[in-house]
Write a protein that binds this ligand. Structure first.
Ligand SMILES: *[C@@H]1O[C@H](CO)[C@@H](O)[C@H](O)[C@H]1NC(C)=O
Ligand SMILES: *[C@@H]1O[C@H](CO)[C@@H](O)[C@H](O)[C@H]1NC(C)=O
Ligand SMILES: *[C@@H]1O[C@H](CO)[C@@H](O)[C@H](O)[C@H]1NC(C)=O
Ligand SMILES: *[C@@H]1O[C@H](CO)[C@@H](O)[C@H](O)[C@H]1NC(C)=O
Length: 430
């Protein structure tokens, strides 16, 4: 049993906020991949083994508390990422649901203040939602999504061979977070990183192929979530009309892009309150992309909220337009330690971490996220993965020095050096 006050972190994990974008061209067009689950969230999961309480047992209400907290979390996280100095002039793209899922799964094993911070940080009110409610909600959200061709979502846990995680934790992850579990030898960092990367690459159809860039050899557990979505436009663009066009990056810079276009009945909305034009491009009855073109990006970013998304999905009206949308592929990569700390979830990273529901002396050394988005005439493909690396605290082993046998002693003046006394102690008792 380990008491955290004696557990001293020896990791020198970079708490730096690292933005590494592979594509540097900023998109002034603000893109939100809105995953809209219509009529799905209000059904109980259909395995027949769940106690489906009588109507009014509050489970639908708890489900909606979780989904609305997840939406709020998406925009709070967006604001943090957009505010960060190193993101200025860079694309931003991430999957809030992948990050929420990974954090909620981690939260299963968090206790005490670490658990409270995760609950609050993700916007789950502890007076209304217990961990089991959160688990149940994610179970519903993730149900039957593990292996769809066009949409897959799930989690996985990689554990060091010699590491014993609490079986109850692993059981909840398996039952509620569609988790698959694997044993690896983290001491072999190259091999274990490859194993994780291959797994994520397989789940994202090769889109996220290097989630783990480097691993701490002291890693004992790696918890990850992935999401992959591929949608075909309900009305595709005709590739023959795509032309080389210009995209205005800012006042003084333009870049060349492949500009897709069509003239058709499309769903648009002019949100005059925030001077933003909204284009709603559906994939099918359940999934859509919203493209938001503001007069002033800062005004949109400052004001956008989940309520806007709800409103836009409802209020866009079909009208004939000529629309022009660039064809592009972007990749993003984030290290989220600082952002999550800034959102109040600090303890999990430090020597105050209480993840005793997974194992004693465990803390989070790194949270990483990567995402990709490809948009072309046929549709869009988006993928993302979140990785949570965990290591064990170790006792610091201070070197010891025992004068328990004969030794010499010198008493000296230092400036100028002047030996005042010198001697040898063979028996301090004589
Ligand atoms: C973790 O939290 C639990 C529940 O609050 C508490 O009993 C336990 O002592 C804590 N462990 C550490 C190491 O702080
Ligand atoms: C919409 O598309 C998704 C992903 O391609 C698919 O899983 C889902 O069944 C489709 N829904 C409908 C209503 O067609
Ligand atoms: C790590 O694993 C790889 C692949 O299995 C192997 O070739 C290599 O020798 C291992 N390295 C160590 C230090 O065990
Ligand atoms: C991970 O397991 C290996 C044995 O496969 C062991 O040698 C190593 O010490 C373990 N690492 C940690 C951090 O416990």
């Amino acid at each position: 049993m380990c008491n955290n006050t004696y557990c001293v972190s020896r990791t020198n994990s970079t708490f730096d906020f690292l933005f590494q974008f592979m594509m540097q061209v900023p998109l002034a067009l603000w893109i939100l991949s809105a995953v809209v689950c219509v009529g799905r969230s209000h059904h109980h999961i259909g395995h027949g083994e769940e106690a489906q309480g009588p109507a009014g047992d509050g489970s639908d209400n708890k489900m909606s508390l979780v989904t609305s907290a997840n939406k709020e979390f998406a925009f709070r996280l967006y604001t943090k990422l957009a505010d960060h100095a190193s993101s200025k002039g860079k694309n931003i793209f991430f999957s809030p649901v992948s990050i929420s899922t990974a954090l909620a799964a981690l939260m299963v094993g968090a206790r005490g203040e670490t658990h409270q911070q995760l609950l609050r940080g993700m916007g789950f009110s502890s007076s209304q939602l217990a961990q089991t409610d959160v688990d149940q909600a994610f179970r519903t959200l993730l149900a039957n999504k593990a292996s769809h061709e066009d949409l897959s979502q799930g989690t996985a846990v990689f554990m060091n061979n010699s590491f014993k995680a609490n079986p109850e934790f692993l059981d909840v992850l398996k039952q509620s977070y569609s988790a698959e579990g694997f044993n690896v030898d983290f001491a072999n960092t190259t091999e274990s990183a490859d194993t994780i990367n291959q797994y994520v690459s397989g789940k994202t159809n090769g889109k996220i192929d290097k989630l783990v860039k480097s691993l701490d050899p002291r890693t004992v557990m790696y918890l990850l979530s992935y999401i992959y979505y591929k949608g075909k436009w309900e009305t595709p663009f005709n590739p023959r009309y795509t032309f080389e066009g210009r995209f205005r990056v800012d006042k003084s810079n333009e870049v060349q892009v492949q500009m897709m276009n069509m003239q058709d009945d499309v769903n648009t909305y002019d949100d005059q309150a925030i001077n933003t034009k909204v284009l709603h491009l559906p994939f099918n009855n359940s999934y859509s992309m919203l493209l938001l073109l503001p007069d002033d990006m800062a005004v949109l970013e400052r004001n956008i909220s989940p309520a806007h998304v709800t409103k836009w999905l409802k209020w866009t009206k079909s009208e004939t337009y000529k629309i022009f949308v660039p064809k592009f592929s972007i990749k993003t990569s984030y290290e989220l330690n600082d952002v999550l700390t800034g959102m109040g979830m600090a303890d999990m990273f430090g020597d105050r971490a209480n993840l005793s529901g997974i194992a004693d002396c465990l803390f989070v050394s790194k949270v990483v996220h990567q995402a990709t988005l490809d948009v072309d005439e046929a549709g869009a493909t988006a993928a993302a993965a979140t990785g949570i690396e965990m290591t064990l605290y170790s006792y610091i082993e201070y070197p010891e020095l025992w004068f328990n046998r004969p030794f010499m002693v010198i008493i000296t003046e230092r400036v100028p050096e002047n030996i005042l006394f010198i001697g040898k102690i063979v028996n301090p008792n004589l």
